[in-house]
Ligand binder design. Structure first.
Ligand code: AMP
Ligand code: MG
Length: 501
């Protein structure tokens, strides 16, 4: 395998492979017959200390498909287990992915460089190890949109078409996604470690996660319990943020939940159109397990599986270990409620924002109870009228500025609206706060599908527009009106998403 010349100076470490050999299978990417760069994330490249010009060159593209390795890189497929739709699979792992290694970004942080769709690994089971252009671009668009919305997530550096055909229902062009993450440690990584039956392996995964993500936990009396608490908190905050923007992950299996608190594995994910907690877009989620409104409960359920896997490290006595785990898990609900309530305040403009008012105001004139009541009534109107979630929230800014026409149109003359508006306006909601909390642009399902279909046919222009608009979701962009509008009712009614296979 050719190495890059030192002048191209990307060096990757192999921290994970060294620290956790029981979870790392050395492996190489399949050669891509005719690699062609479809999209490269120049902003992210710069953040990572990579030269976008180099990434566009043949040598850069070879790196992006795993055909050329930076000197010293030791790519591995990572082992993990996972509860999938409630059932436990002891051996999942990267069936079609590789951790190339970790790079140290200019800001000093360690970031995984990871390929998806790079060929079958020992974990591929019946899968072909490949990925199609559409789903890989989908992950690119969705993850970068989430990042622009301020939500912790893995990032997407590039998508490269491989020139290989991938057989799904039809033959599709194949691709590799190159992504970065603060790590790829998952709840399922800990479940796998526990499943080895070797407590030293379990301890090594926990110690590694602590060192990489929650170093303060090392000083705790029971570091593993402190790690568990940190994950509970970061996941409560994350899922609250999903809920606030109307994001539906779609496949919240424990192998798709990180210890870092980053959103990971964008498969059948989607954003809400009409507000309805029962919304499910994923074609495989027939029972609605991962419906929009279930997400906090599923996150808590997944965290209980994490605690079970870690129990031997909480206490030598099983009963005491369970008690400790339950005590920490009980923090999830209040933490989630607090994060959601704080976000809902901003969405309703009821937070006196230090940046706006020029002074930090502690304690708002609007009580938590009143915010909850206003939010609850607003969601009831959204549900009754099946109004578009994103644009209706955004129309509150104009309503606060005195023009409620868009809000009234969206809520279609709901009889409760007039009274609600009076009550809400009495609190003098701040439009600037809402402008920074309620996005204008989210990756709407019909726009994503349109861009992916064009890209699959070789036209990358709609994808370029979409990613540009989504990179500044709170800022109105002239000429981008259609990106702010919901799909027609026919599209929304029949929309389904498919797992990224
Ligand atoms: P997901 O639900 O997409 O996160 O994937 C669940 C598991 O299936 C993981 O272990 C993946 O590596 C594996 N997998 C998904 N698609 C493929 C594929 N085409 N080939 C091999 N493994 C796959
Ligand atoms: Mg996954």
């Amino acid at each position: 395998m050719p190495s890059l010349s030192p002048s191209q100076s990307l060096s990757l470490s192999h921290d994970f492979a060294d620290a956790l050999p029981a979870l790392a299978r050395p492996w190489a990417a399949d050669p891509a017959p005719a690699p062609q760069l479809l999209v490269v994330n120049e902003g992210l490249a710069v953040e990572l200390g990579l030269d976008p010009g180099f990434l566009r060159s043949p040598a850069g593209v070879a790196l992006l498909v795993g055909a050329a390795l930076p000197a010293g890189a030791q790519p591995v497929a990572q082992a993990y287990a996972g509860h999938q739709f409630g059932g436990f699979s002891p051996r999942l792992g990267d069936g079609r992915a590789l951790l190339l290694g970790e790079l140290t970004a200019p800001d000093g942080t360690l970031r995984d460089l990871h390929l998806k769709g790079s060929g079958p690994t020992p974990f591929a089971r019946a899968g072909d190890g490949l990925a199609a252009v559409g789903p890989m671009l989908r992950e690119y668009v969705m993850s970068e949109a989430m990042h622009a919305l301020g939500i912790p997530t893995t990032r997407s550096l590039a998508v490269v078409a491989t020139g290989r055909e991938v057989l799904r229902e039809t033959a599709l062009p194949g691709a590799v996604l190159v992504r970065t993450a603060s790590s790829h440690l998952r709840v399922g990584s800990v479940e796998f470690a526990r499943g080895t039956g070797d407590i030293a392996v379990l301890r090594s995964v926990v110690d590694y996660a602590i060192a990489r993500h929650h170093p303060e936990a090392a000083d705790d009396e029971v570091p593993a319990l402190a790690l568990f608490r940190a994950v509970v908190r970061t996941q409560a905050d994350l899922v609250a943020r999903w809920m606030l923007v109307g994001f539906i992950h779609g496949v919240m299996n424990t192998d798709n939940m990180t210890l870092s608190g980053e959103t990971i594995d964008y498969g059948p994910c989607a954003f809400l159109d009409a507000y309805d907690p029962a919304t499910v877009y994923s074609s495989i989620d027939t029972g609605g397990r991962y419906a929009y409104g279930n997400q906090p409960y599923i996150a808590e359920w997944n965290l209980a599986r994490l605690a079970e896997a870690m129990l031997p490290l909480f206490d030598d006595d099983l009963e005491r270990a369970v008690e400790k785990a339950q005590g920490v898990l009980a923090e999830f609900r209040p933490r989630f409620a607090e994060a959601r309530a704080a976000g809902m305040r901003r969405k309703l403009g009821l937070v006196p924002d230090a940046a706006v008012s020029g002074s930090a105001v502690s304690g708002s004139a609007v009580s938590d109870v009143e915010v909850e009541a206003l939010a609850g009534d607003f969601h009831e109107m959204l549900g009754r009228t099946r109004a578009d979630y994103t644009s209706t929230f955004r129309s509150l800014s104009d309503a606060a500025r005195g023009d409620a026409a868009a809000l009234e149109a969206a809520l279609g003359g709901d009889p409760a609206l007039a009274g609600w508006l009076d009550r809400w306006r009495a609190h003098e909601p701040a439009p600037e706060v809402m402008d920074a909390a309620n996005p204008i642009y989210v990756p709407r399902n019909h726009l994503v599908e349109e861009a992916l279909a064009a890209a699959t046919d070789g036209n990358l222009e709609p994808l370029g527009w979409l990613t540009t608009v989504l990179s500044a979701p709170f800022t109105e962009r002239a000429g981008a009106e259609r990106y702010a509008e919901p799909a027609g009712p026919d599209f929304a009614a029949g929309y389904q998403t498919f797992c990224g296979t």
